[in-house]
Design a protein around this ligand. Structure first.
Ligand SMILES: [Zn+2]
Ligand SMILES: [Zn+2]
Ligand SMILES: [Zn+2]
Length: 325
């Protein structure tokens, strides 16, 4: 995932609506967000609408979370809209390819296996039995006495027969008739929370919040996430930046890294080093959950990055308390 996406996610996580919505995923209230069909506007997401206001805003909201890499989406359906009035209340008219009438009769073709006679099913029907019009024998078992040989359509207007009708559309709202050429199609998605985002949120809400509060109590001025401009002119994002003192302020930067495996590899150490090399803070901490690889530990020592290994929130705060005083 791109770094700019991470910055965007950092901003989104701070948004109240995003927090309310994502908490539904984290609590298990939603595992997969599916749209609900509405014959007037197509599909809507009532859970999201309840948070952001209206249907259009819900879509913008979801798309933003998708583009930032927080949500994953899957194609759920396509909605067809009327080109004239934009209603989604559309029906399909299977029509005659010759005269375009949709008044067509759809039938099954049946073949009598024994004599080879083929005709539409209606011509075999005698009350509730099937009887061959050619040899008068009764057809009892499908795939033994007779087989279905496909579909046959007859136009009630021009009387022509054909096997494949052409689809056309009818707007139930404004009564416009139109074809595929003119339709407006929109993709509709279902959404799930990305694993990576789930981890970020867990760290953000469970760790960053309490650590920020702890630093505030200690008299620091805290920003989270924070952007610092480096010597190169580039802006760098840190999970937490804390200052103390008004005139000669001392800057402490803190990043977080976690792994679902047993150890966090050295990459976050390298990433943090690249940033502090440019920004030159007074202190740099990397909080890792649960622990860092041996190689990462060595590199951190070399780069003057202080590692805090913790399995829980309490452990992380305790360790930070010891090191920051
Ligand atoms: Zn219409
Ligand atoms: Zn016709
Ligand atoms: Zn027959």
């Amino acid at each position: 995932m791109l770094k700019s996406d991470k910055i965007e996610r950092g901003e989104l996580y701070k948004d109240r609506n995003t927090q309310v919505f994502l908490s539904k995923f984290l609590s298990g209230e939603i595992s997969k967000l599916e749209p609900v069909y509405d014959h007037k506007i197509g599909y809507r997401y009532p859970i999201v609408e309840a948070i952001v206001g209206e249907a259009l805003e819900a879509e913008v909201f979801l798309n933003e979370l998708y583009e930032a890499g927080i949500l994953k989406r899957n194609l759920y359906d396509k909605v067809i809209y009327c080109p004239k009035c934009r209603s989604a209340n559309i029906s399909i008219h299977y029509s005659c390819p010759y005269c375009k009438s949709f008044d067509i009769q759809k039938s099954s073709l049946i073949e009598h296996v024994k004599c080879g006679y083929m005709d539409v099913e209606e011509n075999f029907r005698k009350r509730n039995r099937l009887v061959c019009p050619k040899c008068n024998e009764e057809l009892k078992k499908i795939d033994v006495d007779y087989r279905k040989a496909g579909i046959w359509c007859t136009c009630k207007d021009c009387s022509k027969s054909f096997d494949i009708p052409v689809p056309a559309h009818f707007c139930r709202n404004c009564h416009e008739n139109f074809t595929f050429e003119d339709i407006i199609i929109k993709d509709v998605y279902s959404y799930t929370l990305r694993e990576e985002a789930k981890k970020e949120i867990a760290i953000g809400w469970i760790l960053v919040g309490p650590i920020r509060d702890f630093l505030l109590e200690e008299g620091f001025h805290v920003e989270s996430p924070a952007f610092l401009k480096g010597k190169s002119g580039a802006n760098h994002m840190f999970d937490i930046v804390a200052y103390k003192g008004e005139t000669a302020r001392k800057i402490t930067v803190i990043d977080f890294a976690s792994s679902t495996e047993d150890v966090v590899p050295e990459q976050p150490v390298i990433a943090l080093f690249a940033k502090i090399f440019d920004v030159s803070p007074d202190n740099a901490f990397l909080v890792v959950i649960p622990r860092i690889s041996e190689n990462g530990k060595k590199m951190a020592e070399l780069y003057n990055i202080r590692i805090i290994e913790a399995k829980s929130q309490e452990e992380a705060i305790r360790a930070l308390k010891d090191k920051i005083k």
